[in-house]
Design a protein around this ligand. Structure first.
Ligand code: NAD
Ligand code: MG
Length: 392
């Protein structure tokens, strides 16, 4: 079997590191074509030593020269590039077969979309890219014939619970509902009155998953689940009314599909992203991911309850953005990214995140976003207004 050449966008992040862990277990199946990181050059240099990519991409000229010194010390002659255009170039290169899209936030959109347009096998972790660009992204996938495999654990679970051969037409599947499970994050039971005073450290301390800082805060506000509702809408061509969120604190059932005949299919496993990553890499095969097998006798109990929308206003904001459509999800995503960063920087309190997003959504007119230019304009305009509201 010829080895597949993989480009890992965001290789120094939580998903990037887990991806390389799975690849390291299957060097007979995969080789690393490219690695990219924004600024963590030491970690990237170590990854270059282990995985010997052809190309690496970093965020700036300064990071590129720093990396060059480290690679020279290691006697590696890896090609080094920097900046957004270089990210798109590696994601669409003819020498690349598979792209793991694991950059966090809107910054990942151009390269994720470039992989889709180039017809790659796209493993999508970068949910913000799909939330921002929705129809445009799906159109690109369908036009190029790219294979889009969801890596987000919920969507990967749903994908596993759908019939084969897979088609994006929900009517072909007899789906009643898609049920996205959610842990509820670190503040599921915390007194709402004290939420104004939680610190970034408390917000990123997720009970079940170890993840990057942005998605960890999103899990605490449940905007993460909101973004996932929008993600599910695009991935599985399912309307908002048929996508339900269910709190399941143990994070053992990663999501479910409820069918019209009364059957409900679920995918279970220990909460470790290497399972969906391995599934995406090897699909339709199954390979060892390094994840410990699930022992239900040890888990003992699986709990479920409906989410409390008053505790998690971000969830309502996301549903309403999806129902409004057009530029609303792009605005939701951009204002959330700016507000979360401001919270992590200590500029605003936790509860200000949802209040600021709501204010931005109220103030900006909703428009059509037919192309990348319109999406990026909307993203920039939203960031400017969000920053203005934060500094007011
Ligand atoms: P992370 O913060 O750990 O890593 C982010 C990666 O993106 C890093 O490699 C960083 O160098 C790179 N990056 C950051 N800003 C960049 C920029 N401006 N330009 C280029 N590269 C940049 O994040 P993560 O937790 O690995 O999440 C990555 C993506 O996967 C997110 O979209 C997240 O929502 C999604 N996701 C993550 C998990 C998880 O368990 N961590 C689960 C599901 C989905
Ligand atoms: Mg998820």
């Amino acid at each position: 079997m010829e080895r597949q050449r993989v480009c890992v966008l965001g290789s120094t992040g939580s998903i990037g590191v887990s991806t390389l862990d799975v690849i390291a277990r299957h060097q007979d199946r995969y080789e690393v074509f490219a690695l990219t990181a924004h600024s963590q050059v030491h970690k990237l240099a170590d990854q270059c030593e282990q995985f010997r990519p052809e190309v690496v991409v970093v965020g700036s000229a300064a990071a590129a020269s720093e990396l060059q010194l480290l690679l020279t010390e290691k006697k590696l002659s890896t090609e080094i590039a920097y900046g957004p255009a270089a990210l798109c170039a590696v994601a669409s290169a003819s020498r690349c077969d598979v792209v793991m899209a694991a950059i966090v936030g809107a910054a990942g959109l151009p390269a994720s979309l470039a992989a889709a347009i180039a017809g790659k096998k796209v493993l999508l972790a970068n949910k913000e890219a799909l939330v921002m660009s929705g129809q445009l992204f799906i159109d690109a996938i369908e036009k190029s014939g790219a294979v889009l495999l969801p890596i987000d654990s919920e969507h990967n679970a749903i994908f596993q619970c759908l019939p084969r051969p897979y088609s994006r037409r929900p009517s072909a599947h007899g789906i009643h509902k898609i049920i996205l499970t959610a842990s509820g994050g670190p503040f599921l039971h915390r007194d709402i009155a004290t939420l104004d005073h939680v610190t970034p450290a408390e917000a990123v301390a997720h009970p079940n998953w170890v993840m990057g800082r942005k998605i960890s805060v999103d899990s605490a506000t449940m905007m993460n689940k909101g973004l996932e509702v929008i993600e599910a809408h695009w991935l599985f061509a399912t309307p908002a009314e048929q996508i339900e969120v269910l709190i399941h604190p143990q994070s053992v059932i990663h999501s479910m599909v409820s069918y019209q005949d009364g059957s409900v299919l679920a995918q279970l496993g220990n909460p470790d992203m290497r399972t969906p990553i391995a599934y995406g890499l090897a699909y339709p095969d199954r390979i060892d991911s390094g994840v410990v097998p699930l022992d239900l006798a040890k888990v003992m109990q699986l709990d479920f309850h409906a989410p409390d929308f008053s505790r998690f206003p971000c969830l309502s904001l996301a549903y309403s953005a999806l129902k409004t459509g057009r530029s609303a999800p792009t605005i939701l995503n951009a204002s959330n990214e700016v507000a979360v960063q401001a919270f992590l920087d200590g500029k605003i309190g936790f509860r200000m995140i949802d209040r600021i997003i709501a204010r931005v959504m109220d103030r900006l007119p909703i428009s059509a976003v037919p192309d990348m230019g319109a999406i990026l304009d909307c993203d920039l305009e939203t960031r400017a207004l969000t920053n203005e509201i934060i500094s007011a």
